[in-house]
Design a protein around this ligand. Sequence first.
Ligand code: HEM
Length: 411
Amino acid sequence: MTAAPARVTGYQNAFSALCDRRLVQSMYGECDVLLERVLLTLHGAAHAGRRAIEWKLFRRDFARYYESEVYPLTLSRTLAPYLKKGQVDLPEFGFRVNINLSADIAGIDRTAGSEEETDALVRLTRKFSEGATLFHSTRDKDTVREEVSAALAEFDHRFLAPSKRRREVTLNNIASGVAVEEDMPRDILSVLLANRDEQDLDDDMILREVAFFMQAGAHSSANALTHSFHEITQWCQTNPEDAERIKTDDAFLQQCLHESLRLHPASPVAWRKANEAFTLPDGTHVEADDNVLIDLMSANIETAIFGEDATSFNPHRVVADRIPAFGLTFGIGIHTCFGRDIAGGLGQGKEASQAPHYGTLTNLLKSLLQHHARLDPLNPPVADTATERANWGQYPLLIGAASTPQEIPID
Ligand code: HEM
């Protein structure tokens, strides 16, 4: 029988554990076919080296640029067919709109620009997400692994190979002086190809890393969008004054989002393995190879940090400056999420001249509210039974039609 893992609870203990280099990522070993040696599962020098070259893409100017220049167009294009139908399934929509973000970041060209092409990317990336969260799957794990392998092969042939060829031509042109560094697209695939010898990256490794980024950019955001819409809807039923405020006050809408992110971390726990014997901050001794479960949920609802009503949704909550309103939902320390600023936003810039940056999720919520998205009384939401994580499988909404003065067209 496997010994029960040491359990790290509370905000400060979880924070320290996530920053501790003696604890190695261990929740993703179930699906090596997708996650072997990708950024999320690397450790030590290999992780630091990969993270350093990839992190350059995610400088804060990128989050601002993406939100103001690229995302509005993607959002209005993706929303248009749903507005025509008058219906939208929120997890599906969230995934679909963010697949473009994922592909832009990962470095997957969409040459056809067709609905069918997007459908294929969504289908394949959803399969990668199922692989990445296999630890919590309720399906037969071998079957899921086979499906992930098949999806990787299809993705490689149809999407990665042509995207790679285009970048390799540019790299050769740079080497021969015909092109300059700036001609290279700014994405993960370009970074990997430019560093493949130095980082010892073979074709399979590049395939896994790009596929991992595809799912990282879409999966958690789609779930977060659905949870936040649900929390906000419930809150507004009992707080009608805030129902008006969320339509006009973007900063308040972002607060609502952060509050929901706090209550719904992508995974309620993070698993690590000790790589040497040592004592955890709460005094628990662990031996080398012992499992350690970091309880993120307990950190996010600690009353000493978030108040007596920490288990409830309250967008007016005030927390100390040093504590992010979303708690540890984007992780912290060694594996801190690359997409935190893009998805969650940064709020008002330090300089008055800077436009506030609210992040893709607040923007998504804003446009759903502007288009009067509301629960479909004939189709109640359904929980996702394919995972032990508390996510929504389907969340059908009616959208459009009811026109109020607050509604602003997005295109
Ligand atoms: C609401 C949205 C999101 C949530 C809640 C979320 C959450 C997380 C968490 C908790 C981790 C750390 C896992 C651990 O410590 O074991 C993580 C890592 C990561 N996330 Fe996100 N994420 C979100 C969106 C995104 C987006 C949009 C991207 C875009 C590329 C992204 C890329 C990554 C990457 C690359 C890592 C691995 C970092 C590393 O291992 O060094 N995430 N995310």
